[in-house]
Design a protein around this ligand. Structure first.
Ligand SMILES: [Fe+2]
Length: 294
């Protein structure tokens, strides 16, 4: 961990917004020493059956930023989500800020560019984003310095963002009673996910961990914040003394039972374009459904 610029003395203010339709949590991360903030993993609403896009979630986050007089520096995506659509371009239009994702987005774009039979107008170079991060890259939110940890396994482009004593884990870990994310999407790998989770668990014990999702297992109320110490002790998939072999066997067997996320088809097409909705040859917003393509 020596090469990561960990500084637990910095304690950002974190506000979570829960989306009931997709069980996603969007975060506004504020610098306590200035008016600067970042937004992690925003959500654009879709009624897929009707092909209707709305912005109630994003508008609530925008209102929070405006009401608190905050300056948006970054729109961070922990990865190309398969279960919800990003609202980053919509928010950027209203509030500014730069959209950033892991540089391995190019691998994801290559994979799903083929699945969706995209033409050459779909660039596979990550140029739809304002910033592409590599492992250990740093960025500023006012006086705070955030850094990235490349955490592949769920997808090749996954990044955990660490800002002071807070880490936004994306789809590496869930709450201790939720375990870990699936690793069976194209480009996913259960062994890599285990190694990535170990990187997160090597952060200081007191580090606050903020989940991208929570499903309230066993009927408990929705929660999205825990600590490294709690995950190390109690995570049902990786806590205690579970070995990599045990994890890979369990994860692989579990993933084989899981259905595709309801919104994977629209999510991938939009999110691999940094949240922009694709257009047909006449410039109309349009999504595709590849038959038996996933
Ligand atoms: Fe995900």
């Amino acid at each position: 961990m020596a090469h990561y610029p960990i500084d637990p003395s910095v304690t950002p203010l974190v506000k979570g917004f829960f989306d009931e339709a997709t069980n996603t949590i969007t975060y506004v991360v504020r610098d306590p020493g200035s008016d600067s903030c970042a937004i992690v993993d925003s959500v654009m609403d879709i009624d897929y059956a009707a092909g209707r896009i709305t912005y109630d979630n994003a508008d609530a986050v925008i209102a929070y930023v405006q009401d608190n007089g905050l300056k948006l520096e970054w729109l961070l995506e922990t990865h190309v989500h398969a279960d919800h659509l990003s609202a980053a371009p919509y928010i950027q239009e209203k509030l500014g800020g730069k959209i950033g994702i892991g540089e391995k987005i190019t691998v994801v774009q290559d994979t799903f560019g083929k699945v969706f039979n995209e033409g050459t107008e779909f660039q596979r170079d990550g140029s739809q984003f304002d910033a592409l991060f590599t492992d250990g890259d740093t960025y500023k939110i006012g006086g705070m310095t955030g850094f990235t940890m490349h955490t592949p396994g769920h997808t090749p482009a996954c990044m955990v963002h660490v800002i002071g004593d807070a880490a936004f884990v994306g789809d590496t870990l869930f709450m201790p009673d939720g375990g870990s994310a699936r690793a069976d999407f194209p480009g996913g790998d259960a062994g890599e996910l285990y190694d990535s989770i170990q990187k997160v668990l090597a952060l200081p014990d007191e580090t606050r961990l903020f989940m991208c999702h929570d499903y309230g297992p066993n009927g408990r109320d929705i929660q999205w914040e825990t600590t490294v110490a709690e995950e190390k002790a109690h995570n049902i998939h990786v806590g205690g003394s579970k070995s990599k072999d045990e994890f890979v066997k369990f994860r692989t067997e579990r993933d084989a039972q899981l259905a595709m996320p309801k919104l994977i088809i629209p999510s991938l097409q939009v999110n691999m374009r940094a949240g922009e909705i694709p257009e047909d040859k006449d410039g109309r917003p349009m999504l595709k459904v590849p038959i038996n393509g996933l």
